[in-house]
Design a protein around this ligand. Structure first.
Ligand code: GDP
Length: 291
């Protein structure tokens, strides 16, 4: 994101902050960073993230750590209503029974999907607190709801990652070990929409220059695939010759969560990296940097 933003004609300076230089679990450190840097815009992309297994297992840490980060970032800007905030949410904040493609208006209209409800609850709290700041103190805040992101620098852990990096590691290992089969979690039936991370960074850059009239804004690719289709795409890209088997003892999670993109599309943005192209780039990045 820093690389893409630093090329923007709209941006004079990008101040990136990692967990090494600011402890966002500390309100004092977070506030000090804001006071010291005096940014015009804060992009809150900080979160404890993980895939379905991590979210479902470390439920306490997912709600606790994400709440702390978000509350500290938002509390730190209370006295600075001129600082604009781009707050990152997730498509998992929408109700499980929201009709697809999911419109922004389905926000808070039903129950959450249980495997990642602690994470979603922390993200919902950040949106609500941002609204409080807007109404009470006049802050300008936009909440972006990206679909499942993937790409270089992702977490490629076998167990705690999201499906694309998890499967890239799994397929790479299967090819290296000449395995006869590969096991994919769940039934393969869930439908997902994936967005290449550079497209998402470009969307943020695009939005910097726009009026933020929307409270929530979905960002996705509009391309829906089943986990089974995804697995077969990665089989081809990795050159794996064995069989794909599905393990229904592992959770499927949400059966579908395609986002409606009418709002961002009407502002003039759409994604530019087809899934197959993004997967090839990500697999190559994995080969060059991790394998
Ligand atoms: P979700 O979109 O929040 O459910 O997040 P994930 O990216 O973790 O999972 C998406 C779907 O991929 C779920 O239905 C998983 O069961 C399925 N899946 C299949 N194999 C894997 C894997 O190796 N890792 C992960 N994380 N998910 C997998």
């Amino acid at each position: 994101m820093s690389r893409i933003l630093s090329k923007s004609s709209f941006v004079s300076k990008v101040i990136s902050s990692t967990r090494k230089d600011t402890n966002l679990f500390s309100l004092t450190e977070t506030s000090n960073k804001i006071v010291h840097e005096k940014p015009d815009i804060v992009i809150n992309a900080a979160a404890k993230v993980g895939g379905i297994m991590a979210n479902n297992t470390f439920r306490t840490e997912f709600i606790l750590e994400n709440l702390k980060i978000n509350l500290n970032v938002l509390e730190s800007i209370i006295n600075y209503p001129d600082i604009k905030l781009i707050n990152l949410g997730s498509s998992c904040i929408y109700p499980l029974d929201a009709s697809n493609p999911i419109v922004e208006e389905s926000f808070m209209s039903g129950k959450l999907e249980p495997t990642n409800s602690p994470y979603a609850m922390a993200k919902l709290t950040a949106i609500e607190m941002g609204n409080a700041l807007k109404i009470q103190y006049g802050h300008k805040i936009i909440n972006l709801m990206p679909t499942n992101l993937y790409g270089p620098n992702d977490n490629f852990d076998l167990n705690n990652s999201h499906v694309i990096p998890g499967l890239i590691s799994r397929f790479y290992n299967a090819v290296s070990n000449e395995s006869s089969e590969i096991s994919i979690w769940g039934t393969g039936a869930p439908l997902r929409e994936f967005l290449y991370v550079e497209d998402f960074a470009n969307a943020i850059e695009f939005l910097l220059e726009k009026e933020w009239e929307h409270e929530l804004l979905n960002i996705g690719s509009g391309e829906e695939v089943s986990i089974k289709q995804l697995a077969y795409l990665l089989k081809e890209i990795s050159g794996f010759k064995g069989d794909i088997v599905f393990d229904p003892s592992k959770p499927d999670g949400n059966p579908k969560k395609l986002l409606n993109l009418d709002k961002i599309n009407s502002l003039g943005w759409e994604s530019s990296t087809p899934l197959e192209v993004g997967l090839k780039k990500t697999y190559q990045w994995y080969l060059d940097n991790i394998a």
